[in-house]
Design a protein around this ligand. Structure first.
Ligand code: AMP
Length: 429
């Protein structure tokens, strides 16, 4: 079914064509008509399915229909769990709205609030915000949402996981009741259902694929490996030039630093993404990864939320994920929107029970593989454990080129996302 049959505005169709999309993804085909018809909607979909366009395109179409003089106020508020996701949504919205006279701004903590306050005062048409900073600014009467028409709660399950429910409730109480509310989540839990009762009216439910179904284009493999050989195995696998854009997941922040440092020692250019890094460092890491200035990005789960980078060749679960849902999110970073990617999980003897639980969760077994030519019987770690706790110094790295297109710090997130956990695994079986 082509995009033009969905009832979208002609200028938006033009932007969609310029983005290179030839046909809508399943969530777009399912969600766009009911949103255009004015229904509230619950979209259960993985990241990577095209859900941002699924809500943005019909809302932009409706905004384009509003009389010009009523545009000087915020009409759409999108709440998202992390600054990375907020920036990602902003980039998407700007691309789809490029032929429309609409203004867009993001609001999140950690950097200067003045530009955000100015954007709110100016009645920016579309605000994409993390709950903490937004609530702070609303409390200081910096925002006027009296003309708001649309509210989107994106990755609602993750916002609840991160403890944002009280903030979201407080924000919701200050918004007009007459509005269209869309909620997107990877899972439909009891908590999400109660959130929809509070925020939505007779919502339509759209569920794309089984809720625990990882993106179908991703080839999943497990490598069983002793814990101390994981970095050696990663280096061995990285000898394959097809692993040209690799996202490595570490459970802990200092672990991410250590992996990056060890890879750099072997001449592999890396960046890290975790919540100890400043907003500017995080944006630069993403930029360097996107531009190919670094081959490997080592990230923790929370920081990696919302990473939308085309062409990731491989996701490597260096540490086995804490929750099965995290696995689905992690591997959704590759194989995005019809591309084919590989998801590799390192499984140590201690991870076997979790692996079985994961296989039950996703409803299928994952192929075990042995790395050809890798010496599994080597005894000692390749790296000196004495330096395991030294933080990764980014000054050791060759600096990537500076210049136009390198993102500048924008805003960051006022509500503190839950720091990456260092505690025990919490598997929901
Ligand atoms: P999302 O699930 O919104 O994070 O989108 C995942 C990726 O799919 C993004 O890189 C989008 O640019 C891309 N995308 C969204 N819609 C389409 C489409 N209809 N055709 C091809 N790519 C798409």
């Amino acid at each position: 079914m082509p995009f033009r049959t969905l009832g979208l505005d002609a200028k938006i169709l033009q932007a969609v064509a310029e983005a290179g999309y030839t046909e809508p993804t399943p969530i777009q085909s399912a969600a766009i008509p009911p949103i255009l018809a004015g229904h509230d909607l619950i979209g259960i979909a993985q990241t990577g399915t095209g859900k941002t366009a699924a809500f943005t395109l019909p809302i932009l179409t409706k905004l384009a229909l509003l009389p010009a003089n009523s545009r000087r106020s915020t009409k759409l508020l999108v709440l998202a769990p992390t600054r990375e996701l907020a920036v990602q949504i902003e980039e998407n919205v700007c691309a789809y709205a490029r032929h429309l006279p609409l203004t867009v701004a993001t609001v999140f903590g950690g950097v200067g609030e003045q530009p955000q306050i100015r954007a709110l005062h100016a009645g920016t048409d579309i605000i994409i915000a993390c709950p903490g900073r937004l609530l702070d600014l609303m409390g200081r009467r910096c925002a006027d949402f009296s003309q708001l028409k649309f509210l989107v709660l994106d990755e609602a399950d993750r916002m609840l996981d991160m403890g944002f429910l009280p903030d979201i409730r407080r924000i919701g109480r200050q918004l007009p009741k007459q509005r269209q509310t869309l909620l997107f989540s990877a899972t439909l839990s009891k908590e999400i259902e109660s959130l929809t009762h509070e925020f939505q009216r007779a919502p339509k439910l759209i569920q794309i694929g089984r809720r625990s179904n990882p993106a179908e284009t991703v080839t999943q493999l497990v490598y069983e490996v002793p814990k101390h050989l994981r970095t050696s195995l990663l280096l061995h696998l990285l000898q394959d030039p097809r692993m040209n854009m690799v996202l490595v997941f570490s459970r802990l922040k200092h672990g991410a630093d250590r992996i990056a440092r060890q890879l750099e020692q072997k001449g592999i250019r890396c960046a890290t993404l975790h919540s100890n890094r400043s907003q500017n460092q995080r944006l630069r890491a993403l930029h360097d990864f996107k531009e190919g200035a670094v081959r490997v990005l080592v990230a923790t789960d929370i920081a990696a939320r919302g990473i939308d980078v085309d062409g990731i060749s491989h996701v490597v679960n260096y540490d086995f994920p804490m929750h099965p849902e995290d696995y689905v999110h992690r591997i959704g970073r590759t194989g995005r929107a019809h591309a084919v990617g590989d998801a590799i999980s390192f499984v140590t003897p201690e991870d076997h029970a979790e692996l079985r639980a994961l296989e039950r969760f996703i409803g299928r077994g994952i192929v075990r593989k042995k790395a050809e030519g890798f010496n599994y019987s080597q005894a000692a770690p390749l790296f000196n454990p004495a330096e395991e706790h030294r933080p990764f110094s980014h000054d050791q790295r060759r600096q990537p080129p500076r210049g136009p297109g390198v993102p500048q710090p924008r805003h960051s997130h006022g509500g503190q996302p839950r720091p990456e956990q260092s505690g025990r695994r919490r598997w929901r079986r």
